[in-house]
Design a protein around this ligand. Structure first.
Ligand code: PLP
Length: 406
């Protein structure tokens, strides 16, 4: 932990000026360091202008900063070409973009889309809509109750009819890190396209799209220290080139006549209208920050926190952790406390200043599998501390005592 200075990290996040806050909901959205807040504020204060439109200095400066953010994203995920990076509003929009622009145009009755029972709703519902419209079949890789994928039938699930395999990299409920490279390799055997939902993994681990060789990958800026309203769709250039536009409007066209339009080059073809300029610049600053602290340092530190939290949880009577028994896990622990409804528990924790998430975490198929309606989720990031884990555990113990009349 020598290269990682937690006091310095915490001092970068103005929200922690409130010393009573124990923020354990980073899987929902991360807090923002001053460097990101400053980058956004600097844009609005000093060079706010629309991009790609003005032949004046301010607009050129804004355009340059917007483009530089795109290049930072490309480097961050080792994309060989900045044109592979489409800015969207977030992971949800990125998935919908592919569902509309690729899947609806290319899938037919009898084709199969394969996802898993571990997906966030944003990687289920768009494919259900596609299946309904095209007659394609939506299939699921099952999960085990230990929070891992059941890959025993993978050779049957990925078959000649499979046209798309879309998989969550890291579970937002269990923290499980899925063996996506193996699944991508298996999909290649039948020429199925692959889509990786990296919303939870990218804040914690180095992703190399060339090494993974996936066709698409999506993530959200707000979970990786960046602003809300900005996300990324990575796509192989030849695929993006071949796809129809998602939304029509300004900037995504080459020419417009009364009878027809032609499309701009990628990635602009998919960025209709004024883009989220300030948010993209903020995402670029978040990437700078993550690079400076070091993703490996962050990964190791969060793993250390997770290990401590899991050990302390074992001492709390009636606490059930979901997952984390086998395989690789990261940053998220879902659990329930016997005799206390998750929503009540979250409220009691909140009274002690501890912010956790209670609910189905937009993953109702997992809740069905576990036989629960909801869980509590504590998620950790680079600014959390061991003292905060102690506060969480004390609050859990006191709440359990209260509800059990002890
Ligand atoms: C695994 C996963 N995928 C997708 C999403 C959707 O992200 P967004 O709401 O930023 O579009 C989330 C958000 O929690 C997530 O955890």
């Amino acid at each position: 932990m020598s290269k990682f200075d937690i006091d310095k990290v915490r001092s970068d996040f103005p929200i922690f000026n409130d010393k009573t806050l124990v923020y354990l909901d980073s899987a929902a959205t991360s807090q923002k360091p001053m460097q990101v807040i400053d980058a956004v504020s600097n844009f609005y204060s000093n060079y706010n202008a629309n991009v790609h439109r003005g032949i004046y200095e301010l607009s050129m400066k804004a355009t340059e900063a917007y483009h530089s953010a795109r290049q930072k994203v490309a480097e961050f995920i080792n994309a060989s070409d900045w044109r592979s990076i489409v800015f969207t509003g977030g992971t949800t929009e990125s998935i919908n973009l592919v569902a509309y622009s690729w899947a609806r145009k290319n899938l037919n009755k009898g084709d199969e889309i394969l996802i898993t029972e571990m997906e966030h709703h944003s990687n289920i519902v768009p494919w259900q809509l596609v299946a309904e419209e095209t007659g394609a079949l939506l299939k699921y890789i099952p999960i085990n109750t230990d929070g891992t994928l059941d890959l025993s039938n993978i050779d049957e699930l990925i078959n000649d009819r499979t046209k798309l395999v879309s998989i969550i990299h890291q579970s937002n409920v269990f923290g499980t890190i899925n063996p996506i490279k193996n699944i991508i390799n298996r999909a290649k055997v039948v020429n199925a396209l692959t889509f990786i939902d990296a919303a939870q993994s990218i804040p914690h681990s180095r992703i190399d799209v060339q090494d993974l060789d996936c066709d698409f990958l999506a993530f959200s800026g707000h979970k990786m220290l960046g602003p809300t309203g900005i996300g990324v769709l990575y796509g192989k250039t030849e695929l993006l080139d071949s796809m129809a536009p998602f939304m029509g409007g300004g900037d995504m066209i080459n020419s417009v006549t009364m009878s027809e339009s032609t499309w701009n080059d990628i990635p602009y073809k998919f960025e209709a209208g004024t883009p989220n300029i300030a948010q993209a610049i903020g995402l670029g600053a978040a990437i700078d920050y993550l690079n400076e602290v070091g993703l490996t340092n962050i990964h190791d530190y969060v793993k250390h926190l997770l290990k401590i939290a899991l050990k302390k949880f074992q001492t709390i009577d009636g606490l059930t952790v979901y997952g984390h028994q086998v395989g690789e896990n990261s940053s998220v622990i879902s659990f329930n406390l016997e005799g206390v409804h998750p929503h009540d528990l979250a409220q009691f924790l909140d009274q002690d200043g501890v912010a956790v998430r209670a609910g189905h975490h937009c993953a109702q198929p997992i809740m069905d599998k576990l036989g629960v309606s909801s869980t509590i989720r504590a998620s950790f990031y680079l600014y959390n501390t061991i003292e905060e884990i102690d506060k969480l555990c004390n609050s859990l113990t006191n709440t359990a005592k209260f509800f059990r009349g002890l």
